[in-house]
Design a protein around this ligand. Structure first.
Ligand code: SF4
Ligand code: SF4
Length: 238
């Protein structure tokens, strides 16, 4: 969650700089991972999920702008009571973020402490931007929460707001259908995710899935760099 200052210009430049830094961090860790993993299937899966997130995120951002949706400052209730289910490639991107991004040791400790899954996402952190330590790599379900419509029983789109936040607003199907917004229902984005390289409809809770993905990357690196077994030194316990 960003903290917005009263001065609008400063708020904008602060927000802009934060976003640029987030994008830079993502590209850097991903570039490192892909460079080390070379021409492997893992690299292809990482590129595919990264491109997918970039594409769908623009839909979610447009939707939020169109209907002036924003989370109240300081709110992070959704993450405090939630552990996402993730696909294999989503877990892989998170694993790359843990291994090749900032705060590697802390993130690994968080994962270990929450394995097997507890009731709070291991990456939830009150003091991080958006209360998430891996925000730029967060799974699809976290991106869609309070940013995407769902399909009603009659097939029409509707938006019910955030169940954790009394201040959040809902949007009727009439409002949605009369807007220029081309948001798809959540299920459609889920189906797009399932067909990415390495994915299937199967999901697993984040701590288990990311731990396995870390071990998968570690195994690949051990094959690629047999002389340097300390590359992924931490035993993730899966
Ligand atoms: S999605 Fe809901 S609970 Fe989560 S930060 Fe936004 S308003 Fe708060
Ligand atoms: S990955 Fe981040 S956004 Fe998703 S539940 Fe965990 S802390 Fe929240």
């Amino acid at each position: 969650m960003f903290f917005f200052y009263q001065d609008t210009d400063f708020s904008f430049s602060f927000l802009h700089n934060c976003l640029i830094n987030i994008i830079k961090r993502l590209v850097k860790y991903l570039e490192t991972a892909i460079e080390m993993l070379g021409d492997t299937g893992i690299s292809a899966e990482l590129k595919a999920i990264y491109d997918f997130y970039n594409t769908v995120q623009s839909d979610f951002d447009y939707f939020k702008d169109e209907f002036s949706l924003s989370c109240p400052d300081g709110c992070g209730e959704c993450c405090a009571h939630f552990i996402p289910d993730v696909t294999q490639s989503e877990a892989l991107l998170l694993a790359a973020r843990v291994l090749f991004g900032e705060k590697k040791s802390l993130l690994q400790e968080r994962l270990k402490a929450s394995y097997p899954s507890k009731i709070v996402c291991p990456f939830f952190d009150l003091w991080s931007d958006h209360h998430c330590m891996v925000y730029s790599s967060r799974p699809l379900i976290c991106r869609m929460f309070y940013s995407c419509a769902s399909s009603g029983k009659d097939g029409s789109l509707a938006f019910g707001g955030c169940r954790f936040c009394k201040e959040s607003r809902s949007i009727s199907s009439e409002e949605l259908s009369s807007s220029d917004c081309n948001i798809h229902p959540m299920g459609d984005y889920g189906e797009m995710l399932e067909v990415l390289p390495g994915n299937s409809p199967a999901t697993e809770l984040l701590p288990e899935a990311v731990t396995k993905a870390i071990n998968r990357i570690g195994y690949a690196l051990n094959l690629l760099f047999p002389e340097n077994s300390s590359l992924i030194a931490e035993d993730q316990g899966a």
